[in-house]
Design a protein around this ligand. Structure first.
Ligand code: GMT
Length: 375
């Protein structure tokens, strides 16, 4: 197939899923055309089946807000026509689904019928999409897609609950490349962070409010009062400053390290004992899956799709959003002794294995073929 992929070229979430999916499809022999405003990370090498088309928006003094969506529609029209795409897959509804709809309508006038698949990733539905200024457009453009996928049952349900959707939504979960995400031998790294063989708790995110990173710091305080422990916070974002202040107030600076954005996250995960994700909203929790693939048990909230990934008492524990005491007990239970930790590690890996790329990629491929046939 000749497949167009529209996504946010970002390090996290939907951008990673879209990029990794494109790479995997290219390896299977499909021709993949990325259409984004900048080259997605992880695409900075040559592959005969991968093409990159940059969307550039002209800036005129009249524009207070440059019309990116129109430029994207224009670029989609161009790429579909000249690269003879069979299907266009847009990741994250806003504004990609509506830009794709506009392109599709333009192409119809030239008798070109491009099937559109929209994948819902999370905040495009649970936060941004619900904003009254976007909601009608989101509803309309999702309904105009030829195929809709969501990354969890929970997100599918929330989409139906909140928007008036008249089509089926196929659940295709996030996936993991187990060749990259696996526990590596990094003892020197662990020794540097935990010189007294303390337990190591880790979290990675974009530090948005919805991630509730301050909950993790509060849990860490309780845990460290009971057992020797260190914590690594990976990533950066709007709440980081607030989190650093909290660390100072709670006198935790000696034991918590902020690492900022790190590309080789699997190296950090390889030396970690517990991963925390106490999010208020989380449609799937790709970062938790990455941890599990590196044999790190996870303590998560019960938000969104997290219970579809994390099995309570098996791959880690699940506690209600904001339950600091419960999460503290969960971390302590996992770290009780070496035997218990090892059992959780093995279960986490086994569960991650179910989401391996080779299990999920065929689901996308057959979905594409089905949609192409229908249009
Ligand atoms: O989690 C983020 O802040 C990034 C966000 C995004 O929209 O790119 O991730 C969302 O999509 C991921 C890939 O499908 C999911 O694994 C994340 O759970 C989801 N984030 C939220 O729902 C908050």
């Amino acid at each position: 197939m000749r497949i167009g992929i529209v996504c946010y070229p970002t390090f996290g979430g939907s951008g990673v899923v879209a990029t990794e999916l494109g790479l995997a499809l290219a390896k299977e022999g499909h021709q993949v055309h990325f259409i984004t405003y900048t080259q997605p990370p992880r695409l900075d090498f040559f592959n005969e089946n991968i093409f990159y088309h940059e969307v550039s928006v002209s800036s005129y003094p009249l524009f207070r807000y440059p019309p990116y969506e129109l430029a994207l529609s224009g670029k989609i029209v161009d790429v579909v026509k000249f690269e003879k795409l069979d299907i266009l897959h847009v990741h994250y509804a806003i504004p990609h689904a509506s830009a794709a709809y506009m392109a599709k309508e333009i192409l119809k006038k030239e008798d070109i019928h491009i099937p559109i698949v929209t994948t819902l990733h999370g905040t495009d539905i649970t936060l941004v999409g619900k904003d009254p200024s976007f909601a009608p457009v989101v509803t309309f453009s999702i309904n105009q897609s030829d195929g809709i996928t969501s990354v969890s049952e929970s997100l599918k349900q929330e989409t139906f609950d909140y928007f008036d959707i008249d089509k089926d939504i196929e659940v295709i979960p996030n996936f993991i490349d187990l060749k990259r995400f696996k526990k590596q031998e990094k003892e020197h790294f662990r020794k540097a962070i935990c010189p007294e063989n303390e337990r190591l708790i880790v979290h990675t995110s974009n530090f948005r409010k919805v991630k509730r990173v301050t909950d993790i710091i509060k849990v860490f305080k309780e845990v460290r009062d009971k057992i020797p422990a260190k914590m690594l916070l990976v990533g950066d974002g709007p709440e980081r400053c607030h989190c650093e202040t909290l660390c100072r107030e709670l006198s935790l600076c000696e034991d918590i390290r902020f690492l900022g954005k790190i590309d080789a996250i699997e190296e950090v995960l390889s030396v970690s004992d517990v991963f925390m994700m106490p999010s208020e909203k989380e449609s799937f929790g790709l970062a938790a899956l990455e941890a599990m693939a590196c044999e790190v048990p996870v303590v998560t909230s019960d938000a969104g799709g997290l219970p579809e990934l994390n099995i309570d008492g098996v791959t880690g524990y699940i506690n209600p959003v904001g339950d600091i005491e419960g999460m503290t007990q969960s971390v302590l239970k996992i770290l009780k002794d070496e035997e218990t930790l090892d059992a959780f590690r093995q279960n986490a890996l086994n569960r991650a294995n179910e989401f391996r790329l080779s299990n999920i990629l065929p689901q996308y491929e057959s979905f594409y073929y089905r949609i192409i046939e229908q249009v």
